[in-house]
Design a protein around this ligand. Structure first.
Ligand SMILES: [Zn+2]
Length: 345
């Protein structure tokens, strides 16, 4: 079968490899869509500490079951399914406390397990054991379903930041994750959603799709702009969907009293320190939250949000490419020309 294998930073090969065989406790998928993500690009450029090279990449997977291993119950050949990317072990102290997103032994599709940039993929036994495979509603295409994985991460972020009814929410970064944040915040009852991006073209493209209440580009002072737009009060929630230390520091300064800052996007590992005015946090009762992937339950909830139309995603998929053109897809993502690029292996 055709697959895109990561060997080293800058070295992804489209190659013919043997189709994976199903063992007991596993099911095999014909991958229909595997969407690309900023992380794929980061791995391509710089690798990743959790990546076991050589490895088939891709973690936003939707496909069709073509074979079922011994002992697997509840699934049929032909079932249309979406799969988790972050795979908890379900047995560590964090998992047992109900926090699988910070599992001590988390493994990931496309990192330690073979990913979806291939014609076929075997769903590991561990994924089935933690309920990480979900049937796609009949009304939904595979491409849309593949976006349940990033939306699940966005949902995790907004649950941790307690985005809710009446909130003013600022999203910094107008890429696909930023767009999902805008739509989910609205679905959760946010009163106003403001969107920032330094890249004017990307901001314009995102604004046309998700229609924030206010769009602000480079040149605007984001802190001033948010204070002005909120009558000096600030935002209830700021979400940084960009790998920017400056955005994180500005985000803290634009919060209202009791506001929450979600550090959704990570920073480069050699530049991951920011300056926090501790007294601002202290006197204003601010909360700073992190986010690490999503749980199997959040994946199911995300697929349901997409399937029910509460968080539409079809229009965010701006490019569809075959597997042969994966590197073109990465280039499109890198140039900021796309909102979301999906691959059809
Ligand atoms: Zn665990």
């Amino acid at each position: 079968m055709k697959a895109a294998t990561f060997y080293a930073p800058g070295d992804i090969r489209l190659e013919e490899i043997p189709e994976p065989a199903v063992s007991a406790g596993e099911v095999k998928l014909r991958v229909r869509n595997c969407s690309t993500c900023g992380t794929d690009l980061k791995i391509y450029r710089s690798g990743h500490p959790n990546m076991s090279a050589p490895q088939v990449m891709g973690h936003e997977v939707a496909g069709e079951i073509v074979e079922i291993g011994a002992g697997v119950e509840g699934w049929n050949v032909g079932d249309r399914v979406q799969m988790i990317a972050a795979v908890p072990d379900g047995t560590c102290v964090e998992c047992l406390s109900g926090h699988p997103t910070v599992c001590l032994n988390q493994r990931s599709t496309g990192y330690q397990f073979p990913g979806g940039f291939a014609e076929y993929l075997v769903v590991p036994e561990q994924v089935l054991r933690v309920d990480g495979l979900t049937r796609i509603p009949d009304t939904l295409g595979f491409a849309e379903a593949s976006l349940a994985e990033p939306l699940a991460c966005v949902l995790n972020g907004q649950e941790l930041a307690r985005v809710g009814e009446g909130d003013t929410v600022v999203v910094i970064g107008a890429g696909p994750i930023g767009c999902l944040h805008v739509r989910l915040a609205r679905a959760r009852g946010a009163a106003r959603v403001l969107l920032f991006d330094m890249n004017a073209e990307r901001l314009a493209a995102a604004t046309a799709l998700v229609a924030p209440d206010l769009a602000l580009a480079a040149g605007d002072d984001p802190v001033e702009a948010v204070l002005e737009a909120t009558g000096g009060r600030g935002a209830d929630v700021v979400i940084t969907a960009a790998a920017s230390a400056a955005a994180q520091e500005q985000g803290l300064r634009m919060l209202a009293r009791r506001g929450r800052l979600s550090l959704f996007g990570g920073l480069p590992k050699d530049a991951s320190t920011i300056t926090v005015d501790a007294n601002l946090v202290h006197y204003r009762e601010l909360t700073i939250v992190g986010v690490n992937g999503s749980s199997p339950a959040q994946n199911k909830a995300a697929l349901e949000l997409i399937g029910s139309g509460r968080v539409p995603v079809a229009d965010l998929i701006t490019h569809t490419l075959p597997l042969d053109r994966l590197l073109d897809a990465f280039a499109i993502v890198e140039r900021g020309e796309a909102i979301k690029v999906t691959i059809e292996p």
